[in-house]
Write a protein that binds this ligand. Structure first.
Ligand code: F6R
Length: 242
């Protein structure tokens, strides 16, 4: 696991954005695994900038998102479908048919999982971008999820709902379930870039860097992968002696 220490979120976003940008230049038909939430927004802004500066094109890029809430429509601003369009896809030349976001159809949740899992079985993700939950979740794989898990419907923990309520009017509006790529599918990616910045990630980063591998802390599975880059900052590293 390689650690890149940045000063702050802005620098971390540039670093992560550059890693992805360079990878797109080297392989224009790259397959990217993408995350939502606050952590990757700056990275997506850097990618949009590089696209506008004509350094990269998304013409042949394919993307697979990690997760989606169950129970809110794709037209709802809090959905991850909406988020991805708003923060990246609407601003670059990606083809709609190359975008894959799990669709949590409430009528057919099992089928939705099976369908996404089958898509992922056929795919090799070149770079998977991740954030990390305060409880160590990656995607929405909450503590105690098996490292063998494939795409499934997860009951979100109260901690995760509480952390994500900032995107909603109240905690009651935060969905209780989501569809998520499983840890086994995340680990299949050739390279993983995890962004963890700010004081509220300090405990999680400390635990990640303790190197203990346990399902109690899902991100610890990343120690079993041979190409992981953690892009972090001074605040997130504030509890680590280094
Ligand atoms: C989002 C995702 C989650 C987030 C995590 C951190 O697609 O899968 O694991 O990466 O909850 O969220 P932020 O970045 O908002 O702190």
């Amino acid at each position: 696991m390689k650690i890149i220490r940045c000063k702050n979120y802005e620098e971390a976003s540039k670093v992560a954005g550059n890693l992805i940008s360079e990878a797109i230049q080297a392989k224009p038909d790259i397959v990217l695994g993408l995350a939502t939430g606050s952590s990757p927004i700056g990275t997506y802004q850097k990618l949009i900038q590089d696209y506008e500066d004509k350094k990269i094109t998304f013409e042949q890029v394919k993307t697979y998102n990690l997760d989606e809430y169950v129970g809110i429509g794709r037209d709802c601003p809090q959905s991850y479908y909406y988020f991805m369009n708003d923060n990246l896809f609407n601003h670059v030349d990606i083809k709609k048919e190359n975008i894959h976001i799990p669709y949590a159809n409430p009528e057919q949740l099992e089928e939705s999982c099976k369908h996404y899992s089958e898509e992922l079985d056929k795919t090799v993700v070149d770079i998977q971008l991740l954030g990390i939950g305060a409880n160590g979740h990656i995607g929405f794989n909450e503590p105690k999820t098996s490292f063998e898990q494939k795409t499934f419907i997860v009951n979100l923990t109260e901690k995760t709902r509480e952390d994500n309520k900032r995107f909603f009017n109240s905690i009651d509006e935060v969905p209780t379930k989501a569809i998520t790529m499983g840890i086994a599918e995340i680990m299949k990616a050739k390279k993983i870039i995890l962004i963890a910045t700010g004081k509220n990630k300090a405990e999680a980063v400390k635990r990640l860097l303790s190197k203990e591998v346990t399902t109690d802390f899902p991100a610890s599975a990343l120690h079993l992968h041979d190409d992981v880059v953690v892009v972090t900052d001074d605040e997130a590293l504030s509890l680590v002696n280094c």
